[in-house]
Design a protein around this ligand. Structure first.
Ligand code: URA
Length: 210
């Protein structure tokens, strides 16, 4: 489905995802759970970040201790549901820079059209984590990654909560080298491009708009 797919099967992630799927989970709890799952996903997606030794003084003696090397990360949220995951990742990596990309689907061509873009100027030098809870058709994710690459980003990773085979195939065709992290791969996309069984509309559930 995607050559660099990681399904984060940690029991805490799976348990919290199940709570998020439940129809009766209220908005505030859904948002809190999304944040918590994002903490755990951030742990996985940053596993290979390079470290360098820096000198520190403990209360007892000086030592060389590991510290994240290189430029600070950038988290890019695909509006609007991406913000739910971005918040959680930023809890764990508070010094990360944040970019936003807004895309809508052209009703005629069905292709994603960019309506908003704000990225750090030096994105080319930063590891970038792109977030969107639902990898459904994959068109928005693929377009967002293409846009980031056009802006110079070289180290790009994608994080979602749920994916389906179709979206993973679209990402694999467009960006086979971009690691994709998801908490689950669901059964299918329905005729409205909703993931089944899924969790509904992630944006509406995060922001209480329905
Ligand atoms: N976006 C959502 O919010 N939910 C889906 O199931 C698919 C896309």
């Amino acid at each position: 489905m995607h050559p660099r797919l990681t399904v984060v099967s940690h029991p805490l992630v799976q348990h919290k995802l199940t709570l998020m799927r439940r129809r009766e989970t209220p908005t505030a709890e859904f948002r809190r759970l999304c944040r918590e799952v994002a903490h755990l996903m951030a742990y996985e997606v940053t596993r290979d970040l390079p470290l360098a030794s820096i000198p520190v003084e403990t209360p007892l003696e000086p030592m060389m201790a590991p510290s994240l090397a290189g430029k600070k990360l950038c988290v890019v949220s695909i509006l609007r549901a991406g913000d739910g995951l971005a918040e959680g990742i930023l809890d764990l990596i508070p010094s990360a820079r944040v970019g936003h990309i807004g895309l809508y689907r052209d009703p005629v061509t069905k292709r994603p059209v960019e309506y908003y873009l704000k990225l750090p100027e030096d994105i080319a030098e930063r590891p970038v984590i792109v977030v969107d809870p639902m990898l459904a058709t994959g068109n928005s994710a693929a377009a967002a990654v293409a846009r980031l690459r056009a802006a110079g980003a070289r180290d790009v990773r994608f994080v979602c909560l749920l994916a389906v085979a179709e979206g993973l195939r679209v990402m694999a065709a467009a960006h086979p080298d971009v690691p994709v992290f998801t908490a689950a791969v669901d059964r299918e996309l329905d005729e409205h491009a909703y993931i089944r069984p899924g969790l509904g509309d992630a944006g509406d559930r995060l922001f209480g708009t329905k």
